[in-house]
Design a protein around this ligand. Structure first.
Ligand code: ADP
Length: 327
């Protein structure tokens, strides 16, 4: 991994999933066989997507996760490492195959997804502890919730110990039956510096509220310094230090596929946060700038089909931000 002293150092902990995309004339009903078109395999999973996005955006990125001891696992490792992501924290597990998702896509673009986390469920707190050095060397630890909560909580703890900032993309929201705050452990929120959710995740975690602002305030009450809700083509709303919520409009683009917009947003925000943190510029302007980077990257990701292939490069994000600055 090429790295220079000014480069943001991002450690991503999360899922690694091989997506198998199959075109179908319509979705199968129970008991029915539908003849489908040729399957295509794409590396995916929120962890892998966000790590690749961070590398494309210029960060020194590393990934912590688990794959199976199989051809998909080796293909995923090669694809991720080929993007310049350090995969020293990716364990190969003998007990479970690499995570797989079967994505049926009907004419018109509607999809139906069967996801099997498989080896991703083998990311244990012990394996996370083996990556203590990787977490401690990063400016920011970025996580999502497609891997076991115990691993995420352990990583957050190690990050806090080391002074590494914790950015949590609480997606997908765990079953509320697990307790905590809408299924997210309260101790995890208390160790989180920045919480990023989309609108439905915000509603699921915050519970019944009058409006989004009240939801943001409730989530901030559990500890995160910054709470961000991404609102698709309506942009972003966020609050800092429990203050009044601010908004950033979405960038106008010709969207063809919104898959991956959330992953691009989260990665770009985290990279820029790390850069401002290193420059001791995490004031209101620095945070707004990181949100704008996220919004630009999210918008760019909607212009290309798929998730990982749609992750934008640094130059594209800078170009989009300049265009709207008029500069
Ligand atoms: P998720 O995929 O997690 O639901 P969103 O759809 O909210 O996430 O997208 C994340 C961000 O990407 C949005 O806040 C927005 O800034 C940007 N974005 C998403 N869809 C569009 C769009 N159609 N046009 C412009 N920007 C978009």
């Amino acid at each position: 991994m090429a790295s220079n002293p000014d480069q943001a150092r991002l450690c991503v902990l999360g899922s690694i999933i091989m997506d198998m995309v199959v075109p179908v004339p319509r979705f199968a009903r129970p008991g029915e066989t539908v003849l489908a078109g040729s399957p295509r395999r794409h590396p995916g999973g929120k962890g892998a997507n966000q790590a690749v996005a961070a590398a494309r955006l210029g960060a020194a990125a590393s990934l912590i996760g688990t794959v199976g001891d199989d051809a998909d696992g080796r293909a995923m490792m090669a694809a991720i490492a080929g993007e310049g992501v350090d995969v020293i924290g990716v364990a190969v597990d003998n007990a479970e195959p690499t995570g797989t998702a079967v994505v049926s896509v009907a004419p018109g673009g509607e999809n139906s997804i069967l996801a099997s986390a498989a080896a991703n469920l083998r990311l244990t707190p012990e394996r996370v502890r083996a990556c203590r050095g990787v977490i401690g060397a990063a400016d920011v630890l970025l996580m999502q919730l497609e891997v076991p909560l115990g691993a995420v909580v352990e990583a957050a703890r190690l990050a806090r110990e080391a002074g590494t900032a914790v950015v949590l993309n609480a997606a997908p929201v765990p079953e509320a039956g697990n307790g905590g705050v809408g299924g997210v452990p309260a101790e995890l929120l208390a160790m989180t510096d920045v919480l990023i959710v989309n609108e439905s995740e915000a509603a699921a975690i915050a519970g019944p509220v009058q409006d989004l602002n009240q939801g943001l305030a409730r989530l901030a009450g559990y500890g995160p310094r910054v709470v961000i809700a991404t609102l698709g083509e309506r942009g972003v709303r966020y609050s800092v230090d429990r203050g009044v919520a601010s908004e950033v409009e979405a960038f106008a683009v010709e969207a063809v596929d919104s898959t991956g917009a959330g992953d691009a947003f989260v990665a770009a925000f985290a990279v820029r946060w790390a850069e401002h943190q290193a420059a001791q510029a995490l004031d209101a302007m620095g945070i707004l700038d990181a949100v704008c980077w996220g919004a630009a990257a999210g918008a760019l990701a909607t212009r290309t089909a798929g998730a990982m292939p749609a992750m934008p490069r640094r130059g594209e994000v800078v170009g989009m931000l300049r265009r709207t600055d008029g500069g």
